[in-house]
Write a protein that binds this ligand. Sequence first.
Ligand code: ARG
Length: 561
Amino acid sequence: MKTKVIDIIAKAANLDTETVSNLIEIPPKADMGDYAFPCFQLAKTLRKAPPMIATDIAQAIGEQDIIERLEVKGAYLNFFLKKEMFVKDMVEKSTAVNFGSSTIGEGKSICIDYSSPNVAKNFHVGHLRTTIIGNALYKIYSKLGYKVERINHLGDWGTQFGKLIVAYKAWGSKEAVEKDGVAELMKLYVKFHDEAEKDDSLNDQARDWFTQMEHGNEEALEIWQWFVDISLKEYKGTYELLGMEFDHYLGESFYRDKTSDVVSRLTDANLLKESEGAKIVDLEEYNMAPCLIMKKDGSSIYATRDLAAIFYRKATWNFEKCLYVTGQEQKLHFAQVFKVVELLGNEWAKDSLVHIPYGLVSLEGAKLSTRSGNIIYAEDILLEAISKVKEIIAEKNPDLADKDEVAKIVGVGAIIFNDLYNQRIKDVSFKWDKVLNFDGETGPYVQYTYCRCASILRTIAYNPNADIDYSLLLDDEAIALLKEINRFPQVVADAAEKYEPCIVARFAMDVAQSFSRFYNACRVNVEDDALRNARGKLVEITKTTLKDALDLLGINCPEQM
Ligand code: ARG
């Protein structure tokens, strides 16, 4: 219908369809029509007042079989479509197999660098956010046809491992590390810093061990690899709870033999400068602090490995975009790294390399039983959410089948939804009664709406293959629901363009709320077969759309809860 309306306007106004399609809008309120065409932009070229233009176009359009009436309102020409045709069109669109997806990304690849925890450190709530946001972006871009590479850029290399080896050899034991994993490694790390304050020679030993690692010393690498394996096992437990996976675990260590290439590229391009024995790229001209490339002792750093990673990824996947999901505090780091890539003569760096920052997580009000000290593990938050949902189920629906599985889907879903419901850059706070409120703007509410749809379709005599009498779907609430649902393709495209999964989360909530208005106003389980099947169709479309939208966020739907 939209294409038809666009054609009609284009013909009447003597414009090309692309111009019209860029201008045409969906009005915010139903009484403003189904589509609106704003005329201010044309005022300049036509040298006429916008309302005049709108009136002229309306006249040129005249009678059309899909249009019920036209209305000029200020600068807008509002289109009221023949409702039945409009409804038919919307039902057909939203029942299509690929509803919401597109092919704009076909043949193109996108790298997403996210999660990326630091080995021997806890997987904290910040890592939870990058994992959730990165995974949603992966789903959203895949829906648009892109081939997405999910990359976990583990922090598994650097001088801190020299310190850990020293600490492990001095105060650690194999049993303790095997038993307590990351928690024990963190204790050793803290111990190292306490002791090094008193005895500076420990720092020299640590530097030595790291140099040994860089030179391939077997003993050093064996201990290091063990730390990596132990940490990874814990992180994978968290990923499994979340139901999220990666295509590549390519941590910083993967680039350790690729940083010398970065140094030679920079040298050849005359970009390296000496500064107090270290090697840097001066970025003063761009109002940035210099980008440190090589330390005095010749070792590479975080930025060097990021540069190597960019060249590796470009060569391996020829990405159209490479996205980095990290906290805001790394803004300068990425600005520097991206600038250096550009200075090496890579114009693509400007549009292709994108830092996607997010706000902080605050846990006020969410009491957690932390394992040791005040260190918070993302996994504990997920487990706590699951156990709280179990309590709610025990109280409200004790006979539910698959209780544990449902509690997991709902608990984890609640955390993910809470994380994605607001713009990335906003801080996220946790209050259990808010996050888990089944009547609020929450994941559980959307999942519950999905379950309601499922249960309606199970209990009424609904025939999904019956022909639909579209004249039975003209109630305001039915049309409003269909309009809401039909935004889906645009919602997915917008979310990708702005790197904002919240656009999808808000959409899911809007559909759920719109469904609730429809269900209150229009009885579905009626005697009349035709009416029951027509309304049942809306329930079915709502159900699939909610499932698809939640899936884009990384959230599953139980059939009952
Ligand atoms: N390991 C880092 C951290 O935990 C995040 C890495 C982000 N990715 C990158 N390519 N630098 O803060």
